[in-house]
Design a protein around this ligand. Structure first.
Ligand code: C2E
Ligand code: MG
Ligand code: MG
Ligand code: MG
Length: 284
């Protein structure tokens, strides 16, 4: 079979890529229809203040409930959606859903929550992004200060000047901006200072076992100090243990997100946390 392409290429034949291709095609076409079939859901993971122990925000995380395959992880379909452009309608739907939810919780009288929504590079580069953001804020009547868009470092390293202009436009709407997975990309400290940002989210690879890993501990403390001097808030991602939490509190990190407090939840379950005023036990 592989010989059809000429004898020389015989050695390149591997069965796996063909299986992967088929799976990819399947995924790609399913992804295309999944929005119309309402197979996506938005989950919400609480963000908790490390002084008060109270829920101060949520991150919107998309989930795909496929009728046959079950729950598909965003790690499996977001990159493909990015590649094919499907991320544009999907990302916009997540944004609309999350803003609507934030407004609904505000209307129910819960303390106001900052809603973090992940933005893809495709969305950031969209010519009419600002108009779309304005339309969503208008439609949902959400006060823009309660929306925070999460970008990754890799999205801002290309064409820094253009990105700065983009982010300034977003911020002039009153929307906040955070850098997600901070520490895993190529951040030049030089431009970090120039970017209009509000929050650094410290990647969970630094947080994992931080109480036992002196290098990660030192890096995290350096990130927090740097963020402080740039007047940025810090959110630690992926906090799973009390020991990690204790270390972060002692290091004056501002907020946390992670399984230790809660995994991402369906909106009803998140609302139960708000009703029960669930609090993080801050180690004293
Ligand atoms: P992210 O934005 O960095 O989101 C945090 C991820 O860490 C989430 O994975 C969350 O479930 C997971 N996580 C939270 N706490 C813990 C913890 O204590 N331990 C561990 N091991 N993991 C924790 P998830 O939901 O699978 O999302 C993966 C990535 O997919 C996100 O990373 C984000 O980059 C992307 N993503 C998710 N939803 C969207 C979306 O609506 N739009 C875009 N563009 N990307 C999205
Ligand atoms: Mg994120
Ligand atoms: Mg992250
Ligand atoms: Mg861990």
């Amino acid at each position: 079979y592989a010989k059809r392409n000429g004898g020389n290429q015989y050695q390149f034949y591997r069965p796996e890529p063909i299986v992967a291709d088929r799976r990819r095609l399947n995924l790609e076409s399913s992804l295309y229809y999944a929005l119309e079939r309402s197979e996506f859901q938005v989950y919400y993971q609480p963000q908790v203040d490390l002084i008060s122990g109270q829920i101060i925000g949520a991150e919107a995380l998309v989930r795909w409930q496929h009728p046959e395959w079950g729950l598909v992880s965003p790690a499996d379909f977001i990159p493909l959606a990015e590649e094919t452009g499907g991320i544009i309608p999907l990302g916009e739907w997540v944004l609309l859903t999350a803003c609507r939810q934030a407004k609904a919780w505000a209307n129910l009288g819960f303390p106001l929550l900052k809603m973090g929504v992940n933005l893809s590079i495709r969305q950031l580069n969209q010519i009419d992004l600002i108009e779309r953001l304005v339309a969503i804020l208008h439609q949902t009547e959400l006060d823009p200060q309660w929306l925070e868009l999460e970008l990754t470092e890799s999205m801002v390293v290309h064409n820094v000047e253009e990105t700065i202009r983009r982010l300034q436009e977003i911020r002039s709407l009153g929307i906040q901006i955070s850098i997600d997975d901070f520490g895993t990309g190529y951040s030049s400290l030089g431009y970090l200072n120039k970017l209009p940002l509000d929050t650094l989210k410290i990647d969970r690879c630094f947080i994992d076992g931080i109480d036992q890993n002196p290098k990660n501990a030192a890096l995290t403390q350096a990130i927090i100090q740097m963020a402080d001097s740039l007047k940025l808030k810090t959110v630690a991602e992926g906090v799973e243990t009390l020991a990690e939490l204790t270390f972060l509190c002692q290091s004056n990190c501002h907020a946390m997100q992670g399984y230790f407090f809660s995994k991402p939840l369906k909106s009803d379950d998140f609302q139960q946390l708000l009703v029960g005023k669930k609090q993080l036990p801050i180690p004293g």
